[in-house]
Design a protein around this ligand. Structure first.
Ligand code: FES
Length: 282
């Protein structure tokens, strides 16, 4: 009998006393049960749901990145800058964080900065799992046969690029700091300090971005990886223990922060376009 990954199962019989236990040998053809899966649960539901969720976000993000308008509300005494446009680095920004790009950039100022958060998310271990299962069907789910005949993993272009995730993490920290600053700036109401519903939206956004960034697997490895004895690396051990509490919830933070970035941007769009009024608490 040939099992998956070319493992051959040798049947143990009483007539062959030398066979003690189950022996396996490598090298057979890749096999498996003759049915696609033996699972009886609705294993496809998470894949369909996450596939639809990711597609909806990509559609929304594309619209907002090319919208190039109503991404900053400064006209109503607020200081709300959409996270899709922060930091605003082109001279054509309605609100400039810094004129790093100069005047030659004529397209939407969201486009040059979105490379970093988009790269961070696209190479994230959780999102990789999600789109490999939902779109590539590789595999569709645990214990479900995949339709592909060959498998090269992440050893070839373009998927080998996913290995640069750890470097995107450093940029992600910079963006988390910038979005935290935007949340602080959302307390600014003209020349006074106040708090509106938008301020709350920005605070939640910054908190979720930090939870997502710090629960990253690369962050956990950065804290505790390559340490042979934690007793000799007490500070790294302390950080490793803290992020290890967050790490099991990484998928949750990935979704919450993704959805809330969209919520924050849409809120700014509604306020900046005058569609809704931002209620002020104090
Ligand atoms: S593993 Fe998801 S952000 Fe690093």
């Amino acid at each position: 009998m040939i099992l998956r990954y070319g493992i051959k199962l040798v049947t143990v019989t009483k007539s062959n006393p030398e066979n003690v236990g189950t022996k396996v040998s490598l090298g057979g053809v890749r096999g498996g049960p003759d049915v696609k899966t033996l699972r009886k649960d609705i294993w496809w539901l998470p894949q369909v749901a996450s596939g639809i969720g990711l597609a909806l976000f990509v559609i929304y993000a594309t619209w907002t990145a090319f919208r190039n308008g109503n991404y900053y509300d400064g006209a109503h005494g607020r200081d709300y800058l959409s996270p899709f446009y922060s930091p605003c680095l082109a001279s054509n920004c309605t609100y400039k964080t810094a004129s790093v790009l100069g005047t030659w950039w004529k397209l939407s100022p969201a486009l040059p900065i979105l490379i970093f958060p988009a790269g961070f998310r696209a190479t994230c271990y959780y999102y990789r799992k999600a789109y490999y299962k939902s779109y590539w069907l590789s595999p569709p789910a645990c214990g479900v046969a995949e339709p592909h005949k060959t498998y090269s993993g992440e050893t070839k272009l373009p998927l080998i690029l996913n290995n640069i995730h750890r470097y995107f993490w450093y940029f992600a920290v910079v963006f988390a700091i910038i979005l935290t600053w935007d949340a602080v700036a959302a307390f600014r109401f003209g020349n006074s300090v106040g708090m509106g519903l938008g301020t709350l939206v920005f605070i939640v956004n910054a908190a979720l971005i930090w939870l997502y960034t710090l629960s990253c697997h690369a962050c956990r490895h950065l804290c505790g990886g390559h340490v042979d004895q934690f007793s000799k690396a007490k500070i790294r051990h302390w950080f490793w223990k803290k992020v290890s509490v967050l790490n099991p919830h990484h998928m949750l933070f990935a979704w919450l922060s993704l959805v809330w970035i969209g919520v924050t941007d849409f809120y700014v769009y509604l306020v900046a376009s005058g569609t809704i009024h931002d209620p002020r608490f104090f």
